[in-house]
Design a binder for this molecule. Sequence first.
Ligand code: FPP
Length: 241
Amino acid sequence: MTGSDFTVLPRHVAVIMDGNGRWAKRRGLSRSEGHIEGAKTFRRIGEYAGDLGIKHITFYAFSTENWARPQPEVEAIMHLFGDYLNEAYDRLEENRAKGIRLRFIGDRNGISGELCALMDTLEGLTADMDKVNLNIAINYGAQQEITRAAQSIAADVKAGLLSPEEITKDTITARLYTGEQPPVDLMIRPSGEQRISNFLLWQSAYAEFWYSDVLWPDFTERDFDEALKAYEKRNRRFGGI
Ligand code: FPP
């Protein structure tokens, strides 16, 4: 498919990359091997979304709750994330030619200094790109994100820079990791689960949800097309009639 095969494209798509563990278990493999396949799907779908003309896409790679997983699994995911960062750095010119801006949303505390430095570098080197905004959520939790925004607003009120009456929806939106980016139009969750799992709670206030039983490593461009086709048919009312 190409972007013109759709009458309307979501401005912002969010993807919960779920089902890596079950995919691996069904094959008698380790959970980490499921994440290796999941990381390949992430690259494929990220690229495809950009080719279709999706302007903003956010992938959920690691949540603030995922630290509770066994240490080898946490290390495997961080390792895969590091591989991706190094690859993005090596392919910087290619990514820039496609106009890809990379951003990493989430709490940097707890992430290794080496990965943080790479994230900062990639964000800086792609900051002037505006064709595709690719967000990767790492050590991300929406409740933590909203709490952080509230703390920053409270600090400004305390310092006399802002009065409580001046706090609007936009004040909060601007202090989230996603800042000025548009709200989520379409939330995709494969693997049969139908939960939001602390992902982009504020930004998804009026998002359309699309679920599929396909496990993330098996998720294809055709599945992504199917989600976009379903979105095209939704009648979005934003609380109106
Ligand atoms: C959820 O599936 C998946 C994760 C918690 C990790 C997602 C990480 C990757 C796809 C790879 C690293 C990311 C990048 C950006 C290179 P699950 O493990 O909960 O699956 P299950 O529900 O079947 O156990």
